[in-house]
Design a protein around this ligand. Structure first.
Ligand code: NAD
Length: 497
């Protein structure tokens, strides 16, 4: 066990003990090599974490496969009780988890706390589903038999998560998989392995049986996924991350026909119609764009405003953006933390250059913040040329781009002109317009007069290149269940003799 102590500049946070090993078959293990986890607010190393390889991943699959049969047969109420115990322990450790998350991801502590609350909401939602998974019963169409449909856990599942929501992504996946009766191998993101480890450790302490939850950290994700996905014992991959990696995983899942759920990239249009409440639209656009320093799949990627209100909206949006404070996530008053890594911050700089190259007008920011850590100014561009490549890219950065549309139809055309289809937003005071526009948006989710949508009771997910499947709501758990049809002969004549 390695103590993860916040750097001196975070003296107000207390030290946390987070296990840094792999967790396989109920045991924490060290490895020959380790990798460093950095605090993106300072660049300082905060922990050395075990670096797993293909052989470790296969051992994790051995453990998951060995535990699968017993786990699926744990009675629903017993499994739900275990979930509720884990949920209570997670609630007790909520502040610890939030602090570790801020330390390794850089996000403001207030955002980390909100993420923990939402994540635990998902976990509780799944706990509540466990005892309510009912099948169906029907008469066979030709008579003489009955159709009984039950749901069986799909089997050992590989869960791969990104760094931008270090707890939410894993709680949402593992909660659904475990509730459905699947055993799991969690592959953390190398930037944020500690939050994941803390989550797994709490599940272990709550009493999840050995082998049901396994955790592998690595700097070589392709080695892990290819070793495990070519093994016929693996029955499911659930991935959140970029579309490029998601496509590669889908190709890997093809030979063995491995069940796959994909939560991929987004290019969210944020439509402000000519009758919108501009104060509300600007306030929500700022949250939707700059939360987590813009590093969110559901971020407002293109703010598309009717030209008749564009100046008034832009004025409000700029004023609110200028009030945002960039700083260390542990400092009270910080709105925007650092970019996750030095490399990622460099990419943000390149995007600014690309936008300038497309003749976009820089209205605010545009520069990295000098000094320690990987900070970048909140940046706003007005973009008139909608043909440049950069206008079709997921920015994943604290860069807002504001476009003008000459009509609602024009706004919709540009909004849908993307390979992505995750989150979208529409602002209008007219409910009938909101519905008509929402139905024409080719996106899995539409926020109407709101810039934040995630909710445990809602089905979260995208269409087109943004993914396959849903997390949360009644659909989330189904991603880890396969229907099974039982045909039962009922000889009524004989039975009623
Ligand atoms: P990424 O695709 O680079 O990495 C995501 C995860 O996949 C990480 O754990 C990484 O180590 C792993 N990985 C990378 N290559 C792999 C491979 N060949 N095989 C197996 N695993 C591999 O994405 P990122 O940069 O960490 O995250 C940002 C992306 O995630 C953005 O595109 C964002 O939109 C997307 N995202 C989507 C959602 C959603 O719910 N749709 C949520 C959050 C983030």
């Amino acid at each position: 066990m390695t103590a993860v102590a916040p750097p001196a500049s975070h003296a107000r946070t207390r030290a946390h003990d987070v296990r840094t090993g792999l967790f396989i078959g109920g045991r924490w293990e060290s490895t020959d090599t380790t990798f460093a986890v950095l605090d993106p607010a300072t660049g300082a190393e905060i922990a050395e974490v075990a670096n797993g390889g293909a052989a470790d991943a296969v051992r994790a699959l051995d453990a998951a496969a060995a535990a699968q049969d017993a786990w699926r047969h744990v009675p629903p109420r017993t499994r739900a009780d275990l979930f509720h115990r884990a949920h209570r322990m997670l609630v007790e450790r909520a502040e610890d988890i939030a602090e570790v998350m801020t330390l390794e991801s850089g996000k403001p502590l207030s955002e980390a706390r909100a993420e923990v609350e939402l994540s635990l909401g998902f976990f509780l939602w799944y706990a509540e589903q466990i005892a309510h998974l009912h099948g169906t019963y029907a008469e066979g169409s030709r008579g003489g038999y009955r159709i009984i449909t039950t749901h069986q856990p799909v089997g050992p599942s590989l869960l791969i998560t990104p760094w931008n929501f270090p707890l939410l992504m894993i709680a949402r996946k593992a909660g659904a998989a475990l509730a459905a009766g699947c055993t799991v191998i969690v592959k953390s993101a190398k930037e944020t392995p500690l939050t994941c480890a803390l989550f797994v450790e709490i599940l272990q302490e709550a009493g999840f049986p050995d082998g049901v939850v396994n955790l592998v950290h690595t700097t070589n994700s392709p080695a892990i996924s290819s070793a495990v996905m070519s093994d016929p014992r693996l029955r499911k991959v659930s991935f959140t991350g970029s579309t490029a990696v998601g496509s590669a995983l889908l190709a890997q899942s093809a030979p063995g026909v491995v069940n796959a759920s994909m939560e991929l990239g987004g290019d969210g249009p944020f439509l402000v119609l000519d009758d919108a409440d501009l104060d509300l639209a600007a306030e929500q656009a700022v949250i939707c764009k700059f939360r987590n320093a813009g590093q969110a799949c559901v971020a407002a990627n293109r703010i598309i405003v009717h030209e008749s209100v564009a100046d008034a909206f832009t004025e409000r949006f700029l004023a609110a953006t200028a009030r945002l404070t960039v700083g260390n996530g542990f400092d009270a008053g910080t709105d925007i933390g650092p970019i996750i890594s030095a490399a990622q911050r460099e990419l943000v700089g390149h995007l600014v250059e690309e936008l300038r190259g497309a003749d976009a007008e820089l209205l605010l920011g545009g520069e990295p913040v000098p000094g320690d850590g990987y900070f970048f100014e909140p940046t706003v561009f007005r973009v008139d040329d909608t043909t440049a490549d950069v206008t079709r890219k997921e920015l994943f950065a604290p860069i807002a781009t504001i476009y003008r549309a000459s009509s609602t139809e024009d706004a919709l055309r540009f909004a849908n002109d993307t390979r992505y289809g995750l989150a979208s937003y529409v602002f209008t005071k007219d409910v009938s317009r909101a519905i008509a526009v929402a139905e024409r948006l080719e996106f899995g989710m539409v926020g109407i007069n709101r810039g934040i949508m995630a909710d445990p009771a809602a089905s979260f997910g995208g269409v087109k290149s943004s993914g396959l499947g849903r997390e949360g709501g009644h659909d989330g758990i189904r991603e880890f269940l396969e229907p099974q049809y039982l045909a039962l002969t009922v000889d009524e004549a004989a039975a009623l003799r």
